[in-house]
Design a protein. Structure first.
Length: 692
């Protein structure tokens, strides 16, 4: 196993104030650089980025948009994986969404789009005339970027454009469908399309949000809101009632979208789908209607919703969709502390309202000699294992329930009739409901405390939580104003659990609530937050292996009127530190009465470290092993938000990083369009980030 580190004893920076400035705000003594931003080329065979939307179809060789989950993989002088800080590494970054694609389309600056139509799936689009180049940009900016980076003698990091390891994985990249040997043939029947009538392979990955990093040195890109890229077929509709029930549970449209509607939720990608129309306009009457799906793309949505394993050091390798880890809105996948000779546990959240927390336990025992063996090791650990879902009981105890076709609750589930174990993996959400898992307040990232193995999950918020359906693990619901904007659980919380015996294979655990988000001024400020550390809607979550700091990132719906999104540092303690409390709170509204466990940290153990530019989300974080540099992603600066007074036009509310002196005015001169980016933060005195 890995030697436990010593938890840092104190945070050593001054808290950063809330900010609505269009800039990255850091404590005194800290500085940052932009490493790469949306549209940067990854080799010199194509032109440098214009930031004017004038690029043609070359986005499969550019950094994608919406930087999200991320990790760094060091290499030695021979290009092999190493745990040493060699100053040379491959950085893998997820590129999540097209929600702000107007910033890299030619018309991104115009008011109201063309003919009054807006852009992308959230703004609606005239779906009959989407320009092909715009669609290709959106398809190709999704996925993952993998670029070799090198540290200079001045400590600054840069992308090595000459590296043959630089790679884009996109929504078009060929992937393998993988799963347990006993069920792989059944799994492949779900994946049969006209593209691959054997169901062995599929094309592309979508909406890669959080990530995972495996102990053997590969990267997991997690597919979150993939369901919204699809449509129902037009023409005659032979989709079976079972398939309809599956689509309904995952949010895949179950009725054809009106393709000319300005309020459509379709991506409108059919314009450029080159004859297969696999995303959102396939026509069954034209394609034929073989019930196995081999003549059309009725099964295309079944090929998304997985953890996608990528070998960051082998650009020729085919990414694997790991079906045994379940199909849902995968936010992130975090591994427990590896113990040699024991199975590994991966903890996973499904980020939608009232969805679940899952665990995958490998059949194989961890062998440290597998480090550096890439997808061969991935096949060993991630194709065979058990999938569990969490049930949190009101006593501060919880249990993992295995999702298996041998469970009579799954066999007898009436909302969706399961065919076999492969069906349980592919329709894991239905299976989890069948066994009575606890419906959570939108599980976002998980993180494992490297000091003691405690497993943390952010519950970002849940507007549909109400007084009638709270429970001890999701205890907050506001029926009226309580000093926060929003209803239900508007500010979110962070829950944590300790496996019995700290074992990956445990089927029961202790849990408590680590933190409740809230404005400091709110009457229901349950974690005693102050102006120095109040926050809302926790999302990204990660522990430094150097300092043991728990870093919390926000994606903040309820708080944007008073501050942009932020990064906070916490010294977390452990499960059970707090005491049972009863919330009986009617201050300014009505809050459900529930028992839970919690402990206020105070300013000494929880401080705001960074606030981002306008309209951004802070998500994705990693570090160098010495803890002296952290990499952080600034996602979608300038995203339109009503709280900041953004009108329905496309005037830029943010000009970061090009318009920011602190960012070195990063980017080509002549355009202030905002861009997502990876930044590297260091101390000006070269010390360890955040703590000692
Ligand atoms: Fe893509 Fe749940 O955040
Ligand atoms: Ca997220
Ligand atoms: Ca979020
Ligand atoms: Ca976002």
């Amino acid at each position: 196993g890995v030697a436990p580190l010593q938890q840092a004893s104190a945070l050593t920076f001054n808290a950063v104030a809330k900010s609505i400035a269009d800039d990255v705000m850091l404590p005194p003594g800290y500085t940052y650089q932009v490493l790469h931003a949306t549209g940067d080329r990854i080799n010199t065979s194509i032109p440098a980025y214009s930031n004017l939307g004038t690029e043609a179809d070359d986005w499969a060789q550019r950094i994608g948009d919406h930087h999200d989950g991320m990790d760094i993989f060091f290499i030695d002088s021979a290009g092999r994986a190493t745990r040493e800080d060699t100053g040379r590494a491959v950085l893998a970054v997820n590129h999540e969404s097209s929600a702000d694609a107007h910033f890299f389309h030619p018309r991104g600056q115009t008011t109201g789009g063309v003919n009054g139509k807006k852009f992308s799936q959230f703004g609606g689009w005239d779906l009959l005339d989407r320009p092909v180049d715009e669609v290709l940009k959106e398809i190709n900016h999704h996925g993952v970027s993998l670029v070799e980076i090198v540290r200079g003698t001045d400590g600054r990091w840069s992308v090595d454009l000459a590296s043959n390891r630089n790679r884009r994985v996109t929504a078009q990249t060929l992937m393998r469908i993988n799963g347990p040997a006993a069920h792989i043939n059944d799994i492949r029947r779900f994946m049969v399309t006209r593209f691959d009538t054997t169901g062995v392979s599929s094309r592309g990955t979508l909406n890669n949000c959080g990530h995972g990093t495996t102990p053997w040195g590969t990267y997991l890109a997690c597919e979150e809101n993939w369901a919204f890229y699809f449509n129902m077929p037009k023409g005659s509709n032979p989709v079976s009632p079972r398939e309809q029930a599956s689509r309904a549970r995952y949010g895949v449209p179950s009725a054809p979208i009106a393709m000319a509607a300005t309020s459509s939720t379709s991506q409108g990608w059919f314009t450029a789908s080159r004859g297969d129309d696999r995303f959102d306009r396939w026509d069954l009457s034209a394609a034929g209607a073989a019930a196995d799906g081999s003549q059309d793309f009725r099964n295309e949505a079944n090929t998304f919703g997985y953890n996608v394993e990528i070998d960051p050091l082998d650009p020729r390798s085919l990414p694997r969709k790991r079906v045994a880890m379940g199909r849902f809105a995968h936010e992130a996948a975090v591994v427990g502390i590896p113990v040699a000779g024991q199975p590994l546990a991966f903890y996973m959240g499904c980020d939608s309202q009232n969805e679940y927390v899952y665990k995958f336990v490998t059949a194989a025992n961890w062998d440290p000699a597998d480090f550096g063996r890439g997808l061969v090791a991935g096949d060993k650990y991630l194709d065979e294992g058990k999938l569990y879902v969490a049930k949190f009981n009101d006593t501060g105890r919880g249990e993992w329930i295995e999702l298996t076709i041998t469970d009579t609750r799954i066999q007898n589930y009436s909302t969706y009739v399961f065919a076999n174990q492969a069906d349980v993996f592919v329709n894991a959400r239905h299976a989890a409901t069948a066994v009575g898992a606890t419906k959570m307040d939108r599980p976002e990232w998980g993180a494992v405390n490297p000091v003691n193995g405690d497993v943390y999950f952010t519950m970002t918020n849940n507007s549909s939580r109400n007084i009638g359906n709270t429970d001890a693990a999701n205890p907050r619901a506001y029926a009226g104003s309580n000093g926060s904007t929003g209803s239900g659980n508007p500010n979110g919380h962070i829950i944590r659990l300790k496996e019995d015996g700290t074992r990956a294979t445990a089927t029961a655990f202790d849990w408590d609530i680590f933190l409740f988000g809230a404005p400091a001024a709110a009457p229901a400020n349950l974690s005693g937050l102050s102006e120095n550390n109040d926050f809302s809607s926790p999302d990204g979550l990660w522990f430094s292996k150097k300092t043991g700091i728990c870093w919390i990132q926000t994606d903040d719906g309820a708080f944007t009127g008073s501050t942009n999104c932020m990064l906070l540092a916490a010294l977390p303690g452990k499960v059970g530190d707090g005491q049972a409390i009863t919330v009986n709170n009617t201050l300014g509204g009505t809050e459900a009465q529930q028992s839970f466990i919690g402990a206020a940290l105070g300013d000494a153990k929880l401080r705001r470290f960074l606030v981002g530019p306008k309209g951004c989300e802070i998500t994705g974080i990693t570090e160098t092993p010495d803890g002296k540099a952290i990499f952080v992603n600034i996602q979608h600066p300038g995203e339109r938000t009503a709280a900041l007074g953004m009108a329905a036009d496309f005037t830029f509310q943010s000009t970061w990083p090009a318009g920011s002196a602190s960012a070195g005015n990063y980017g080509p001169a002549g355009s202030l369009r905002p861009r997502s980016a990876t930044i590297v933060i260091r101390r000006t005195d070269g010390g360890v980030i955040g703590a000692e």
